[in-house]
Design a protein. Structure first.
Length: 317
């Protein structure tokens, strides 16, 4: 970790982009370009409308979660601002490498308004961490009970192994002085939320809505691609793919998501090519669904122009 922190930020960005492109190139080399093209061809106006509607539900739920967390840090956030900022954040996360620049922009804009960028950054980080923790719990709660006779049993066994490994790593980290200090810092960051049971329930509920909306979009992409599987099976696989999409090593969302989708579909007996086709359709639908964020970004830009003009006139006077 210390060696990684010494790498210049620009070089780290380049390395993340290169890693994401390498993953995509490797996936293409294994399954070919055909599944990608099939995924693109499966997109229709009906799937786009459904994806946009589901994205609006997910965005509203995520904005609600952010408002709850921000209130815990003493930073009130109006509904209109929360939804517009979250749309803008999702758009930037989707089109920029790494998948986190939108969150950085969201934290800065909110913190600048309150003159507490540090607290706003903590709130955004806590909100994202809380959402990912709920996603992990939901994924494990659905996958682990699957019986050995289920076609998705291999995914359940792998998920259980990963969970056990994560717990082991956490135990090792907690056994060191530096690790305990890091865990204490994380707890202090989340403490304004963790000490409010009602807020925790609301955050969990909002996160479940977000997960359900994204999983439904993945199922729609699967049905459109003609995958011979039930909606319940596609939804379970979607949880794993969504987890991979959260890895901050991607280019516009592309990278580990496609490789994990191919592997998960192959393990479930659905074929790696089907996983790529569905992941491709899902990726495109996701980009289209967050385009309102681009409009929010442009609106912010146009609103800042008159203010910049007034400041310039005052200075010249």
């Amino acid at each position: 970790m210390a060696a990684l922190s010494r790498i210049p930020p620009r070089l780290r960005t380049v390395l993340r982009i290169a890693a994401a492109l390498a993953v995509v190139a490797g996936t293409v080399a294994v399954v070919g370009i055909g599944p990608f093209l099939h995924g693109l061809a499966s997109i229709s106006p009906v799937t786009i409308v459904a994806a946009v509607a589901l994205a609006s539900v997910a965005t509203a739920a995520a904005a609600w979660r952010w408002r709850i967390v921000s209130a815990g840090f003493g930073l009130p956030l109006p509904w209109r601002e929360a939804i517009a900022s979250y749309y803008r954040s999702q758009f930037l996360n989707t089109v920029l490498p790494g998948g986190v620049m939108g969150d950085v922009h969201r934290a800065y804009a909110h913190g600048r308004h309150h003159e507490r960028v540090d607290l706003a950054a903590r709130a955004v980080a806590a909100e994202r961490v809380a959402g990912q923790l709920v996603q992990i719990v939901v994924t494990l709660a659905i996958l682990l009970p699957l019986g050995l006779a289920s076609p998705l049993a291999p995914l359940a066994r792998i998920s259980g192994a990963i969970a056990a490994l994560a717990l082991a790593v956490l135990g090792v980290v907690a056994g060191t002085r530096r690790g305990r200090a890091a865990l204490r810092r994380e707890y202090r960051m989340l403490r304004p939320v963790l000490t409010r049971p009602a807020a925790l329930l609301a955050i969990a509920a909002a996160s479940v809505v977000v997960i359900a909306a994204h999983a439904a979009t993945f199922v729609i992409a699967g049905v459109a691609a003609g995958v011979h599987a039930g909606a319940d099976e596609l939804a379970v696989v979607a949880l794993i793919v969504l987890g991979a999409a959260a890895i901050p090593v991607n280019v516009g969302g592309w990278g580990p998501r496609e490789a994990v989708a191919a592997s998960a579909f192959a393990l479930a007996g659905l074929g790696a090519g089907a996983g790529i086709a569905v992941s491709t359709g899902f990726g495109v639908l996701t980009v289209v669904a967050v385009l309102p964020g681009c409009l929010a970004l442009l609106a912010d830009r146009f609103r800042s122009l008159p203010a910049a003009g007034i400041i310039g006139k005052r200075r010249s006077a």
